[in-house]
Ligand binder design. Structure first.
Ligand code: BJW
Ligand code: ZN
Length: 253
């Protein structure tokens, strides 16, 4: 991009970037949209056609495990066949300049594949599965399980994806760890999320309560927009590399 096409950012934000030592990126499905992973809500969201209550909860799985399994296999295939985009890569590269934490609601593993090293996956990961009875973890399950839910080799229990469904608590320490990171960051970027799912959406609210400067990057306003210090509307895969460029220019000139 030549000089005259450089994006312009609010002065106050550029100053905050200069002073900051730690950045938190709170991300949602929108950051992976430019990789070709569908979002949940909005005009191109997968929940325009499919209802979350029929798929993303434990009762739906027990009622129709093969159908729910098949849906996750379909989505697993999508994420295996796409690549991280410039937004994911920019976040990873910020680690050359700041302490960086990623708190993601995504289950697609793309932050890790892009090279980020500190990642909390609030809603689990589609690359892992576990037995609902004995909790044994399973990773690469054979193609034979495309349309039929696999059974546990140890106890014959049903195997499910290790994602967090509605009504389920977030696993392990993912939430308290994320909350800790929210409390200590200087700038919290809220990227590509409708911010309507809780408790995840408390993360940027907590960051603000603890004094962070909050920057939202989204195609459109969200529930959180009234609480944001600086909203940047556009594609995260274009905006994040431009923000990184400011930091790089400053460090290299
Ligand atoms: C771009 C872009 C580009 C596009 N660039 N931007 C009433 C009030 C409050 C809470 C509740 C309530 N009733 C129930 C609850 C609790 C419930 C909840 O929050 N519900 C609300 C929806 C009302 N929460 C839960 O159940 C959670 N657990 C819980 O509360 O436990 C306690 C408990 C225990 C026991 C009993 C009861 C409670 C668990 C939530 C789990 C969410 N799981 C999912 C599915 C994961 C598995 C899977 O992948 O299938 O997580 S739901 C789905 O939504 C997924 C996402 O992580 C999550 C958030 O979605 P996200 O990422 O924001 O995506 P979208 O599509 O909504 O938005 C995309 C955005 O990107 C848009 O804004 C676009 O504009 C933007 N965009 N392209 C930049 N290129
Ligand atoms: Zn088992």
């Amino acid at each position: 991009m030549d000089k005259k096409n450089k994006m312009e950012f609010k002065k106050e934000f550029v100053e905050k970037l200069k002073e900051a030592e730690s950045l938190l990126f709170f991300t949602g499905a929108g950051i992976s949209a430019e990789s070709g992973v569908p979002t949940f809500r909005g005009k191109d969201g997968i929940w325009n056609k499919l209802k979350p209550e029929e798929l993303a909860n434990f009762n739906a799985f027990i009622k129709n495990p093969d159908m729910v399994w098949e849906w996750y296999q379909y989505r697993r295939k999508i994420v295996e066949n796409v690549e991280p985009n410039p937004g994911h890569y920019a976040i990873a590269e910020f680690e050359n300049y700041y302490k960086v934490d990623v708190v993601t609601q995504n289950v697609d593993n793309l932050h890790k594949r892009a090279g980020s090293t500190s990642i909390e996956e609030l809603h689990g990961s589609i690359v892992r599965n576990f037995c609902i009875d004995c909790k044994t973890y399973y990773y690469d399950l054979d193609e034979e399980f495309e349309n039929k839910v696999p059974k546990c080799k140890k106890c014959n229990g049903l195997i499910r994806p290790d994602v967090v469904w509605f009504g389920e608590s977030l696993r392990g320490d993912a939430y308290p760890n994320s909350e800790q990171k929210a409390k200590s960051c200087d700038i919290c970027f809220v990227v590509g999320t409708s911010a309507i799912v809780y408790p995840a959406a408390y993360i940027p609210i907590t960051a603000k309560e603890y004094g962070a400067y909050i920057v939202e990057i989204n195609l459109e306003p969200t529930e959180l927009t009234p609480h944001i210090n600086y909203s940047i509307f556009g594609k995260s895969g274009e905006i994040l590399p431009e923000i990184l460029r400011i930091v790089k220019d400053r460090n290299h000139n």
